[in-house]
Design a protein around this ligand. Structure first.
Ligand code: SAH
Length: 368
């Protein structure tokens, strides 16, 4: 039986297994792997320090490891996982999208967004997505395959390296936030996503040493997986992509709703909030004349008020060929006002990256 959160709704197309990488392994597994190569177990910590701490997978830079051992360790534990197809920037370079090609030709995206006070990276957890939400570009293309833990981690490690080395306009910087809002449904690739969170938040030399509080996992609402996540003892933020307060509409906008209803999804989210100590973020893409009526705002407010949740409204980023578009400004204002009248904290997300096909999955779709 699949573990909760490992449910797949469409059979993955690509089945080629990514090569094993240091970031797939726990610290104990890394020591075993190094020993199996005939090396001293402490080489595992040296490699970890190079990769997670200095962002370097170039054996020439590992001067604390005998030259004869470097190539062997590199081949076995730090294979090249992905290559950059291209970077596309906008907002005077403050937004940079990377299109990656994985070892089997699969394409994924990540986006780096620079703000005056923070730097956020949006990463992919799967190549494609099986959730089939009709307004989302990734949803239209279906699921290629799950990313490995290391394929998730490397998007961030490479982004941190680029930031440190001043490759992103605005001078050298540190990463402050990670959002699992790129391609894929993170909770449908549960084990590898949680593994990635551990690698990213374990202290050095075992991991990158980022704060769990700066990580947001965004989900369509896979209820058993939310319960499981609540038991991990993490302090990451959970974002729930609600998009409609009523089951009738949500069944069409987020098809997995036919399996787990609005009430069940929110109950699981409140449990997560209680156990993690973090406020839930409710994501709501405003789609003109579809889900942006004031009565729906009122209904949404009644569902979430008093729970400490925050509503994040996202003006729809229309995907090519879609009949849907963003709400009229006056409807958006009325929606915000209705939520505020109930005392529900609400923000309208800035819509960065539209001109670089920043909407989830658009860049990879254009490449195909
Ligand atoms: N599968 C996860 C995470 C990836 S999508 C999830 O659904 O939460 C990240 C967010 O972007 C989700 O809230 C998703 O509904 C939203 N999104 C996808 N396509 C969009 C579009 N065209 N315009 C606005 N928001 C979109």
């Amino acid at each position: 039986m699949p573990a909760p959160g490992e449910l797949t709704f469409i059979a993955p197309r690509g089945a080629a297994k990514p090569p094993r990488h240091l970031a797939d392994l726990t610290p104990a597994e890394r020591r075993e792997a190094v020993a199996a190569l005939g090396e001293k177990p402490f080489r595992a910590a040296q490699l970890s320090r190079h990769y997670f701490g200095r962002f370097t997978d170039d054996p020439a830079a590992w001067t604390d490891i005998p030259a004869a051992a470097r190539e062997r360790l590199a081949q076995a534990l730090l294979p090249r996982l992905m290559t950059t197809v291209r970077h596309i920037s906008c907002d005077a370079g403050a937004t940079r999208k990377t299109l990656w090609r994985l070892h089997d030709g699969t394409l994924v995206e990540s986006v780096l967004m620079r703000y005056p006070d923070r730097v956020t990276m949006c990463v992919s957890s799967q190549a494609g997505c099986g959730m089939n939400c009709p307004f989302c570009a990734t949803g239209q293309a279906g699921l290629d395959r799950n990313l490995s833990t290391a394929e998730i981690v490397h998007q961030i490690v490479d982004g941190m390296r680029a930031l440190r080395d001043g490759e992103v306009p605005g001078g050298p910087a540190r990463l402050s936030n990670i959002v699992f809002m790129g391609m894929g449904e993170p909770l449908a690739n549960y084990r590898r996503v949680v593994g990635a969170i551990r690698r990213l938040t374990d202290e050095g030399p075992d991991g990158v040493g980022l704060s769990q509080r700066g990580i947001t996992v965004s989900t369509v609402g896979l209820v058993p997986a939310i319960h499981r996540l609540a038991g991990e003892g993490l302090s990451c933020r959970l974002a729930v992509s609600l998009h409609a307060p009523d089951d009738e509409l949500r069944d069409t906008l987020v098809p997995v709703n036919t399996r787990w209803k609005v009430r069940e999804v929110l109950d699981a989210a409140w449990e997560y909030a209680e156990r993690s100590g973090r406020r839930i973020s409710i994501e709501y893409a405003l789609i003109r004349d579809i889900n942006d009526q004031a009565w729906r705002a009122d209904r949404l407010a009644r569902l979430v008020r008093g729970r400490g949740a925050h509503v994040n409204l996202i003006p729809l980023n229309p995907t090519p060929g879609s009949k849907w578009t963003a709400s009229r400004p006056e409807d958006q204002r009325a929606f915000v006002a209705a939520l505020e009248s109930h005392g529900v904290p609400v923000t309208v997300r800035d819509t960065r990256g539209q001109e670089i096909e920043g909407a989830c999955g658009q860049l990879a779709a254009a490449e195909r």
